[in-house]
Design a protein around this ligand. Sequence first.
Ligand code: DX5
Ligand code: ZN
Length: 225
Amino acid sequence: MTRPIRIAPSILSADFAHLGEQVREADIAGADFIHVDVMDGHFVPNITVGPLVVRAVRGVTDLPISVHLMIEEPDRYLADFAKAGASVLTVHWETCPHLHRTIQCVKGMDVLAGVALNPATPAGLLVEVLSYLDLVLVMTVNPGFGGQEFIPGTLSKIRQARQMINDLQPACMLEVDGGINTQTAPRVVAAGADILVAGEAIFPCEEGVDAAMRRLRESTGGVHS
Ligand code: DX5
Ligand code: ZN
């Protein structure tokens, strides 16, 4: 079985004074998603953006927008992000005591549903909800900041998540996020990832967004079995 590798540039590393141009550059360069990192200063130590920025991104691209909610009580904001134009809403397992309800709420808004796992959270905890999911996000750094170093111990979890997805919900996408670059991308793809989120490896690169994305894609070989 072959699966296409998709790239989701994270605007966390973009130049926010020129956000529209940066998103358009990523779009023209063949990005598959635009990844928006939402942080609340509680679940993670950093504060970033809200629905307003999702709406602004929606205005400059037709690409699907995947919104990564690193916030406590995400249920309070799901409708706002859906209305702003999110295509995928990914909540953290660690923030959702009623995860099944949260997933149903996302799906009820005609948005794809994802669940993210921190590095210390085992993949097996998804077994009861996997059949409802469109996306599993395995964090390959501790969430909160761009530009951190990839945690190699997450590779075995990616392999485990791939096995669970193949067995229980083959249509589900397997995304990885954090420290993805030309060195780590082939390793996560070999472990079973099919969406690569990347911030620092794409936006601040002197060579430009197009060349950076091409290099990242080439490092994976493009399509994998
Ligand atoms: C980290 C965010 C990531 C971040 C990745 O908490 O979820 O999406 O932007 O950045 P890099 O690719 O620089 O590690
Ligand atoms: Zn993210």
